[in-house]
Design a protein around this ligand. Structure first.
Ligand code: GTP
Ligand code: ZN
Length: 292
């Protein structure tokens, strides 16, 4: 019996990575299907080899974590790829993704790509803001291969899923980290006259130094519908840290009297853009709650 990690699954066939570049195509043993167990990329499995050379998956090891959209088992972290410009960094979207990561108990790594276009004072400020509240921020240029090597220690032995707005360079970055990956970047897909996101399949790409990375075709992680208004503040680490000081137990930090969060924001200890994101997401969550 051998074991490995499913890196791709299409039409009942699974590519299982066993290490050192070896991939075995497998099918699932009938008992797995009969039990209604579904297999996903990221699943750790054991398999036996048939005479024909195909593997037969016998067992699936318990999952440590599961990301639903896209489905990835045993995911360890999210890598949020943004650029300062082209497209212009949207702090609110960054904060929204960070909230999603926190809600899923997933560590998030923030990558600011395209620093070859400039890394000005504003970029430095943004790096400082997020570093201060506990996130690792890595400025890189996927195009010029700057800073990309610094990402590698964060990827080792982990299953990482890359997310971020369109055009920030996610595919370029993955190609840089794993030259064999050959993900289609925008120019190429424009030439082919079709989007790269025509399939919803996620595929894990084994990295040289160990670990796996996945792009997120059709990433739909942006929904907040599972998060309650009262929970939201708990997903902003710097708000979570001080909210105990608010006068009212049910304080939503939205103009209530003697709100510690507002007070800290006014003193400059909590960044205004983060607080603004909090309020914007609070409105979003509240209107979702009302619509149910
Ligand atoms: N200047 C500069 N351009 C970059 C960099 N990385 C990527 N690009 C360019 O940005 C554009 C988009 O890159 P992609 O890698 O396709 O972006 P993506 O995030 O995968 O985009 P989607 O597939 O739409 O989600 C391409 O023209 C890349 O050449 C970089 O570090 N610097
Ligand atoms: Zn408060």
């Amino acid at each position: 019996m051998e074991s490995g990690i499913i890196i791709k699954g299409v039409g009942g066939f699974y590519n299982v990575y066993t290490g050192e570049g070896r991939i075995v195509t497998c099918v699932a043993r009938g008992k797995i299907k009969n039990k209604g167990i579904k297999l996903f990329v990221g699943d750790r499995v054991s398999f036996s080899c048939s005479e024909a050379g195909t593997g037969i998956i016998e067992t699936v090891f318990p999952r440590t974590r599961f990301l639903h959209r896209p489905p990835v088992a045993n995911i360890n972290q999210l890598i949020l790829v943004f650029a300062m410009n082209k497209p212009r960094l949207n702090l609110n979207l960054l904060d929204k993704l960070l909230v999603q990561a926190e809600a899923a108990s997933l560590p998030a790594l923030i990558v600011i790509n395209k620093i070859d276009l400039g890394f000005d004072r504003e970029a430095g400020d943004i790096k400082a803001i997020y570093t201060k509240i506990g996130y690792k921020v890595l400025p890189v240029s996927a195009l010029k291969n700057q800073g990309v090597a610094e990402m590698k220690p964060w990827l080792k032995e982990r299953i990482s899923v890359v997310a971020g707005p369109s055009g920030t360079g996610k595919s370029t970055l993955i190609n840089r980290l794993c030259p064999g990956a050959d993900l289609k970047t925008r120019e190429v897909s424009a030439k082919l006259k079709r989007g790269r996101h025509t399939t919803r399949h996620v595929e894990l790409i084994p990295l040289e130094g160990g670990g796996f990375i996945a792009d997120t075709p059709g990433f739909s992680f942006y929904q907040l519908k599972d998060i309650g208004a009262a929970e939201l503040a708990g997903y902003f680490p710097e708000i979570k840290a001080v909210r105990g000081g608010c006068k009212f137990g049910g304080c939503l930090h939205d103009r209530e009297p003697e709100c510690e969060v507002l007070c800290r924001m006014n003193r400059g200890e909590i960044t205004r853009s983060r607080y603004d994101s909090y309020l914007q997401l609070l409105r979003e969550v509240q209107s979702l709650e009302r619509s149910f």
